[in-house]
Design a protein around this ligand. Sequence first.
Ligand code: FAD
Length: 455
Amino acid sequence: MTCKSETITLIGAGLNGPLLAIGLVKRGFLVEIYERRPNMRRVSISAGRSINLALSTRGIHALSQAGFWNEMRKITLPMKGRMMHSTSSELTFQPYGKNETEVINSISRAELNIALMNAAEALGVKIHFQQRCKGVDLKTGALHLHDEQTDEDRTLASSVVIGCDGSASAIRSEMLKLNRFNFSQQYLDYGYKELTIPAGPGGKHALEVNALHIWPRGNYMLIALPNVDGTFACILFLPFEGTDSFAQLTTPATLLEFFQSRFPDAVPLMPNLATNFFANPTGSMVTVKCSPWHVEGRTLLLGDAAHAIVPFFGQGINCGFEDCTCLLDLLDRHGADWKRVFAEFEDARKVNTDAIADMAVENFVEMRDRVADPRFLFRKKVEFALEAKFPQLFVPKYAMVTFHRVPYATALKRGQVQDSMLTELCAQIERIEDLDWNKADRLVRSQLTPLELPS
Ligand SMILES: Cc1cc2nc3c(=O)[nH]c(=O)nc-3n(C[C@H](O)[C@H](O)[C@H](O)COP(=O)(O)OP(=O)(O)OC[C@H]3O[C@@H](n4cnc5c(N)ncnc54)[C@H](O)[C@@H]3O)c2cc1C
């Protein structure tokens, strides 16, 4: 068993690394983080860091436990629902939750990252920048680091290493060399591009501020999340190849023509469209599943390193922060019995991270296509009506994932049952008044048990 004066080494000062470090330091451990990138507080933020994230209950719970949410909420903006923009520039609003408390929160990834690193350092965590982990000896814990500034390699002894190094984890690559290590990665045929809507006159938001804006176009979409400085962080999701794809948008003229016909109301809001588009790289999206996540009590994967998911449920970091909550709870229960803590951590989390990975892929179709379908919007209304009538029995899947800390695997399972109920109940009706409440009562009470909603 490791004693608390030993140093825990984290690889990656993205979002999970510093939050986990804060929790560990508060429990008396010494923590050092090795990060490949330069210190983003001193150099300009590179592409990929300027996107906004939707923070929801699981992430907020973890930040609250770290004593950090009250500070953070000052730089978030609540988004009460989706604002859909049609090709003829009509707007339709669809609330996320049953009331105004059920919102998701837009936050700049860079600002969250900086705030977490500041807080970790203030507690004594040492973050070493421009130190790329090249690998780890899983038997001895010897860490191989490359100094990106001096171009020198060195080896460092470690007792416990936690890989918080994201979807292309170097620690996971090392585990891939082990016998019977399970690994799958599935790329989408879609890429994404960061774009911006600048603030309007007087620093005002150019669109409704308390909404996540979506231009759903069947096979692809544009989204925009508000920032506190009056701007919107936008992401264009398009196929890499084929009709309406990144491959076709090769000149400012083709880009402008595409935007004018597909997203006409967005064009006047994006004066720097072509500059942003051609300056920013096209990102790819991958689902990674693997196991085991740990080697003895020495090495562990956490966050995207263990389970990268596509961004369409807005859960990647919420899920990663929930990993931190779970790991820290286990440490509180078992002390620094790392072997046991790591094994129980994977047992508790893997089934749930697999579930959110699958739900995130499914949600892409919902966001880019189904939200524009009046039948889908009607089903959403029926869902809210059922939730109001049968609280704790019928809780929409989106709410279970986003507004509660119900295990993701439970949300997936109950969501499937509820989906077939909705199909049956909505089959031949167009108005909520025509809902067969006797049938609804029978279906709900026979197929759903009361749901425990962790606070
Ligand atoms: C377009 C997009 C939109 C998203 N939207 C949302 C959202 O709305 N809500 C949400 O919850 N999630 C969202 N996510 C997911 C979220 O960004 C990730 O789940 C989250 O960043 C994972 O955190 P992490 O700390 O595990 O990894 P990362 O944030 O990727 O951090 C990993 C860190 O490790 C460092 N690193 C990598 N390799 C090495 C190495 N060899 N040596 C040293 N350091 C290394 C990296 O430089 C990085 O700083 C989105 C993701 C994308 C791509």
